[in-house]
Design a protein around this ligand. Structure first.
Ligand code: UTP
Length: 292
């Protein structure tokens, strides 16, 4: 698959129970970090990696994700009349002109693997990316997905983002065993969903960025429900590894687990401290708050 990825899948049909009651009406992906919703950070990363077709896997409660990427006629007119050209650019830049958004429905939350499979009619059999927007990855240089797409193209292989985690946390992640890991990547020889620390094959944890061969769809069709009764992407990847090379890639950048409350707080603090207008007042406020 020495092909450059063009399509990115965003599975956003989960229930987001860790953010209830907010997620009763606001999808988790629409929670903001400073002034942008989580989904926008992931979309920007996919576009930077070269994707021009974005496939959102949603459900009937997530209209606001589609609304967000739609044109806001009334708002645009008002801003235009008021001469607020900077704000106008901000809302128009949500999606550049050359990028198209496609929405597919996952009628029932049957798991991440099932959500990815729902994108098959749009993706076809070409290599594609999967981004989980609640993993916010921040890098001053090229984004994590761009780094992965470059490697996938060069090595003609699927690539999965991994990060070192403390051993006591392996039970919260998919964990990989690798061979010939040098520099930042190595071939995956085994992938286990949420192993206990004493049986985990390593402390390299899979995080929410994948570049996958289109072959995964056929394999996901035959994947039975696994951990938690859900169709797991991890099981589909394990089947893919039996046929094709799948690489683990330790990306450059920092990941915030914005699917958890503390991760969202950490991301908000970091992004505020890096923001050109907010950095100084945020720093001052934090100093004062910590001194109390
Ligand atoms: P999570 O495991 O974070 O689940 O899903 P969740 O429902 O979003 O959140 P919590 O744990 O209840 O708080 C990982 C990713 O897979 C998507 C989610 O939207 C999220 O991006 N997903 C999961 C689906 O799209 N469909 C599913 O059936 C399950």
């Amino acid at each position: 698959m020495s092909q450059r990825i063009r399509k990115a899948v965003f599975p956003v049909a989960g229930l987001g129970t860790r953010f209830l009651p907010a997620t009763k009406t606001v999808p988790k992906e629409m929670l903001p970090v400073v002034d942008k919703p989580l989904i926008q950070y992931a979309v920007d990363e996919a576009i930077e990696a070269g994707c021009d077709t974005l496939v959102f896997v949603t459900n009937r409660y997530k209209h606001s994700v589609a609304d967000y990427f739609d044109k806001a006629y009334e708002l645009e007119q008002k801003l235009e009349k008021a001469g607020k050209s900077e704000l106008l650019a901000v809302i128009r830049d949500v999606l550049p002109r050359h990028v198209r958004a496609v929405f597919v429905t996952q009628a029932e939350a049957l798991g991440l693997g099932h959500a990815v499979l729902c994108a098959q009619p749009v993706v076809g059999d070409e290599p594609f990316a999967v981004l989980l927007p609640d993993d916010l990855i921040w890098n001053k240089g090229p984004g994590a997905l761009r780094q992965m797409a470059d490697l996938a193209e060069k090595e003609s292989a699927s690539v999965i983002a991994v990060q070192d985690v403390p051993r006591e946390q392996t039970g919260s992640y998919g964990i990989v065993a690798t061979r010939d890991f040098s520099g930042r990547h190595g071939e995956i020889t085994a992938i286990v969903e949420k192993p206990r620390p004493e049986v985990a094959p390593s402390n390299l944890a899979v995080v929410g960025r994948y570049v996958l061969s289109g072959r995964i769809f056929e394999l996901l069709k035959h994947t039975r429900p696994g951990a938690g009764g859900e169709i797991q992407l991890t099981d589909g990847i394990a089947a893919l590894m039996a046929e094709e090379r799948v690489l683990a890639y330790r990306f450059q950048g920092r990941r915030f687990d914005c699917g958890s409350r503390i991760g969202l707080v950490e991301a908000t603090i970091e992004f505020a401290l890096d923001h050109e207008d907010l950095a100084e007042p945020a720093r001052e406020y934090m100093r004062a708050a910590l001194a109390r």
